[in-house]
Design a binder for this molecule. Sequence first.
Ligand code: ZN
Length: 404
Amino acid sequence: MRKIIFFVVMMILFSLYFPHHSRTAATANIKMTTNTIELFDDSLQLVMQELPQNAPVIILAEQQQWSKVQYKEQIGYIKNELLTTVQAKYMLVHSKADWPIYLSDAQQGQLLGRIYLNSIVEMFPSDSPNYIFIRYGHLAGYVDKQAVVEPSTKKKIINDPKVVIVRSTASPSSDVLGHLAANTEVTMLTNFNGWAFVTTKDFSGYVLASSLKNATTNNKTKKIALTFDDGPHPKVTRQILKILEKYNAKATFFVVGNAVQKNPKILKSVADAGHEIGNHTYNHTKLTTLPLQKAKLQIDSTDAVIKATIGRNATVFRPPYGAYDKTIVNQLNVPNILWTIDTLDWKHRDPKKTLAAVQKNARNGSIVLMHDIHQTTADALESILTMLQKQGYEFVTVSEMLNN
Ligand code: ZN
């Protein structure tokens, strides 16, 4: 009995003396050198090596003033104030093979393990030209810099009635970093071998891919492209810009070359507000009635005046009256864009009718034809935006719509 009590007391004393033995961190603790600094031996007197700036070190133990660290093959001591924590960057392991992790960036560095294709690792700044320094759970070391690329992200939702365990690596035996409740929104960076790496506001790690579902496509993903032709107009275009800004709406302006020449500042403010600029010919002529040479001049001179005014090219084209043929399309360097909803705003000049035309026909992917040269169109715009916003539409440029 006394022997047992003695043994238990010794065990408790042992764990008090060496608390880090009884608990291991879920991931390696990495810090960086702030400058060229000296690595001391355990007498804290003798310099073993000079470490370069931005050298990643693994913290083995932290005391009041000194940290016991590992830098490549060396283990020694550095004053805490000379080390700094850095934000790691999540990177995707790519290429065909699994990549070796080495203790150092030397040719014959000791092999620590491997990082798996399509896994996410944490990348730290490195003091090596050809190697990056990465962390994967307990593993930390040097990997060929060609091993990783920036991951793409996807929104996902935790789809499990029970809490989902977040782990440090893609393995059921790796450390638990935390838990995620049902319906938590996460950002997924990779999905491989049944595991997904997710980040949340609080922490990041691996979860079973089967516990995720796609973020529900809500109404917000409906898109509509409002287009305004025949400007820029000194008064109406300005009003339209103001209203669009209020609703954080982006639109496309198909401008006429001679109007740009008269109102360059207006076009500049349209472009500066982030709207798309399209070419709508120089004199608003029906191109199909012109000889090819003249039709081409209508397009090219407008391109030139747009470029000279805003410093970049028109990215879309719309033929006046929607009149085009194959020969004209062959002259274009940008997409030829018509419309799916004709508001006839130029004809009736009635804000209520303009609103009604949009209301009746709007659906995801619609391109709405309006004209920023009529006051009645500007008068209709706010009610159109309010109505569409209530229905969950996002207002995008024509090119944004085409690219989705
Ligand atoms: Zn027009």
